[in-house]
Design a binder for this molecule. Structure first.
Ligand code: CU
Length: 146
């Protein structure tokens, strides 16, 4: 479960961001943390992974996974019938929306899961260790032996 949020931090005080001058977001969080403090998702090759994106703020986020596409299996808590499921590289998560996506991890490595709006992967307009904000790492290890 990944809750996507946006915040306006002014002089060390944090406010929910809004879409007007002076309150636009300057920090973006996944489960309350901005990259590089975001948690890591762990998987093994061959393992089915489900991720639930929850848009908790006021902005739309095109969430994108490197390494492979995912299947949208549930929207707002309602299962998507198998014949109607979309295979996507990116899913737009709007305010109040939930998307459950699934994929079978296929390549070992460290893969980025991030918002595709560049400004949303910064912390107060800057990058830290090459990214920020709405970025997390999917850590796929080789398949278990046997
Ligand atoms: Cu975004």
């Amino acid at each position: 479960m990944i809750q996507i949020g946006e915040w306006r931090v002014i002089d060390g005080q944090t406010f929910p961001a809004m879409d007007f001058d002076g309150m636009k977001p300057n920090f973006f969080t996944l489960n309350g943390k901005a990259y590089p403090a975001t948690e890591r998702l762990q998987a093994r090759v061959g393992e089915r992974v489900r991720v639930r994106f929850i848009g908790t703020g006021q902005f739309i986020h095109p969430m994108h996974l490197h390494s492979q596409p995912f299947e949208i299996v549930e929207t707002d808590g309602n299962p998507v019938p198998i014949g109607a499921r979309l295979i996507k590289d990116t899913v737009l998560v709007g305010p109040g929306e939930r998307y459950d996506v699934e994929f079978v991890a296929r390549a070992p490595g460290l893969w980025l899961l991030h918002c595709h709006i560049n400004h949303h992967t910064t912390n107060d307009g800057a990058e830290d260790q090459g990214a920020g904000g709405l970025t997390m790492i999917l850590d796929v290890s080789p398949a278990a032996p046997g």
